[in-house]
Design a binder for this molecule. Structure first.
Ligand code: BG6
Length: 663
């Protein structure tokens, strides 16, 4: 029988064998400028090694790292080997393959402003070309800050390495590609002084993600969606990319950047472009790039005075890490200004001025130091007209359909729709259809860079940004950068590390009568004593009904004397329960629940509830709760019993069933 290890080996071998059918890229030497930096060890070498193991590197291939640090080829290999063992995400690390691959790594110490270093580089390249038979092809990877792109290009031009009559020359340029519209234009001009546009590959690693590329397959390989993909059927779109980590060791870079420059202007816009562009006439690179450019060009540019309503910024305060240990505020992070005005969170509303999307708001949000790491797109459809259901219990119960692309993690696609609850009457309930990548395909835990490197060696620029796209993306965010740069945020820091982000961002879609869709928060429900023993399906049904809400310290969450119709689950933060005399009876915190009795009995609240700190809550409305319970009479019975035992409340099932909430 096969053990797990040999099964993994076999599946990896099989994958590698399948990949042999893929065209091998051209032989080449890949020169990495800034090779001693983070990118090389964390992403470039791990992805090149993944390509190698999957038979997707050319047979004739070598890597030449160049940087100022003191390494020889031998010591650089040793460092790469130690780093790769740390950063590789391969399930099974093949030491023999690594030893083979490692032999092709070389190093040259040199400064980018030193002509002599470039002369040495030229001779080194010639030697490698002879040794590895790379046919004169060279790929230059700028793993450096953009400020030295020009200097490196000058050095390469000085020794004639930026063009060649035999073999190709290409450069890969890492983000940030400029820091605003003016600097991006300048950088483009500078780069295009030395290189032709078709030699320049501007990388955005989100386009290397299978789930992002699948947006094109989903839209254009499935005929059923295109007729619905427009303003007539789609109500709005939400694109969210949240991260759990703070800025970590990158404070120096990040403090000059912020999330609009770091994530929104590039990664989020790329996803928006794939999701909203017109069908290209082919999968040729220029056909796709033209459509993306057209889409971004149609995004309405905000007026400065609109920025306040259409964009919200946040900066994280101290808080807690996922393991419960304390986390620093952004302003206390290494290399960050103690009075920094840099945003670590942003939510933005955009409009696209074309026939397809007129009137369909696009909400984008991204941030660091949040509760979860997740990238997700929600396409919300328009609600069906209600009149057909007049006079049935379904009247007033129709909810919009949602199509959810889970980009990462739990990669998949979900459709949420309404179904008739079995039984004699027309009651509706929200259900879902779910596709999970790892159930349908064998997936590789890659870095996202593999496809990009492979495509570049192939000369396929489809996944790389053309200069016009980059500039258009900057044009869209420029008013936000102008306004936020000119006006210091008065409420920074405005969300704790490990939270859901600032309250104002949470409320951004509200004036449009929309709300952010929450991730299914099943774990939150598992902690509620009332739901103990509910079972997976039941919890799932309840979880889809939960509505997230954020309160700041001092906000009133529930008022004494109001009729309670909801349960609150405290995901994080603390609240005071205040009696008629205004005294704090008790304080509740993370994971605790209040208001649960109002799901069972209709009563006026005997206390007020006030947020002591920032609070992230899930709210379950009685109406939704009742809908779910009707499908599960046994659970309803058990719940009534729990109410009697735990809260000494007797719920009259007949009365409860007949209450308004079930209409
Ligand atoms: C990078 C940003 O481009 O993307 C980082 O510079 C961010 O700040 C990263 O953490 C997120 O990428 P991913 O693939 O983890 O979502």
């Amino acid at each position: 029988m096969m053990n797990n290890q040999s099964r993994e080996d076999a599946s990896q071998d099989f994958l590698a064998a399948m990949n042999m059918g893929a065209t091998s890229p051209d032989p080449c030497v890949m020169v990495v400028f800034g090779a001693s930096g983070d990118l090389t060890k964390r992403l470039l070498i791990p992805s090149l090694f993944n390509l190698y193991c999957d038979n997707l590197l050319p047979d004739s291939f070598a890597i030449l790292g160049m940087a100022m640090d003191d390494f020889t080829s031998e010591s650089f290999r040793l460092k790469m080997s130690a780093d790769l063992h740390k950063y590789s995400r391969r399930e099974h690390f093949d030491e023999i393959a690594w030893a083979d691959f490692c032999d092709s790594i070389h190093y040259l110490k040199g400064r980018f402003d030193d002509d002599d270093a470039f002369r040495q580089l030229k001779s080194f390249l010639q030697a490698l070309d002879g040794r590895y038979d790379t046919e004169g092809n060279a790929l230059f990877y700028m793993a450096t800050p953009p400020s030295v792109f020009g200097m490196i290009s000058t050095g390469l031009e000085g020794v004639g390495l930026n063009h060649s009559d035999d073999g190709w020359r290409r450069i890969i340029v890492e983000k940030p590609f400029g820091s605003d519209l003016a600097s991006a234009r300048k950088l483009n001009r500078e780069i295009l002084t030395y290189w032709r546009e078709d030699q320049v590959y501007r990388i955005d690693h989100y386009l290397g993600k299978e789930t992002v590329q699948n947006l094109l397959a989903f839209r254009f390989a499935n005929g059923m969606f295109e007729p619905l993909w427009n303003r007539t059927h789609i109500d709005h779109i939400q694109i969210t990319a949240t991260e759990q980590v703070g800025v970590e060791w990158r404070g120096g870079y990040y403090d000059q950047s912020g999330v609009i420059r770091d994530m929104v202007q590039n990664h989020l816009f790329q996803m928006m472009a794939y999701l909203c562009m017109e069908p290209p006439t082919s999968f040729e690179a220029e056909a796709i790039r033209n459509e993306k450019f057209k889409l971004l060009s149609a995004v309405r540019i905000m007026k400065h005075e609109e920025v306040r309503h259409m964009a919200v910024r946040g900066q994280y305060d101290e808080g807690v890490l996922p393991d419960g240990s304390p986390a620093k505020a952004y302003r206390d992070e290494h290399a960050v200004d103690a009075h920094s005005n840099t945003e670590t969170y942003a939510a933005v509303k955009l409009r696209i001025d074309n026939w397809r999307w007129h009137g369909v708001p696009i909400f984008l949000r991204s941030g660091k130091a949040l509760r979860t790491k997740s990238t997700e797109i929600v396409v919300q459809f328009r609600r069906a007209p209600e009149f057909t259901f007049r006079g049935t219990p379904a009247s007033g119960q129709l909810e919009a359909n949602q199509l959810i692309f889970r980009i990462q993690p739990n990669e998949g696609i979900e459709i949420r729709f309404l179904a008739k609850r079995p039984g004699p009457s027309m009651h509706m309930r929200k259900v879902n259809m779910n596709f999970e990548y790892d159930e349908a395909f064998i997936t590789h835990p890659g870095t996202g860079y593999e496809t990009m490197l492979y495509d570049c060696m192939h000369g396929d620029p489809s996944l790389f940004s053309r200069s016009d796209l980059v500039e258009t993306a900057w044009r869209i965010v420029q008013p936000i950068l102008d306004v936020w740069g000119a006006e210091k945020a008065r409420d920074f820091p405005n969300y704790p590390f490990g939270s859901w982000g600032p309250k104002a961002a949470f409320n951004l879609p509200a004036p449009d009568h929309r709300r952010w869709l929450a991730r299914t928060p099943q774990q939150a429900l598992e902690r509620v004593p009332m739901f103990e023993g509910s079972g997976k399906m039941m919890l799932h049904a309840f979880a889809m009904m939960l509505k997230p809400a954020v309160f700041n310290a001092g906000d009133e969450i529930a008022r004494l004397g109001d009729e309670g119709r909801e349960l609150f689950i405290i995901e994080m933060g603390s609240v005071d329960i205040i009696d008629q005399e205004g005294d704090v009876v008790t304080t509740l915190g993370d994971g605790q629940v209040f208001g649960e009795l109002s799901l069972l009995v209709t009563k006026k609240r005997r206390a007020s509830v006030r947020a002591v700190s920032y609070c992230a809550l899930y709210i379950m409305e009685k109406r939704d709760f009742c809908k779910v319970l009707m499908d599960r009479p046994q659970f309803a019975g058990r719940l009534m019993q729990t109410a009697r035992e735990r809260y000494n409340v007797i719920v009259d099932a007949q009365e409860w069933m007949a209450s308004d909430d079930l209409d």
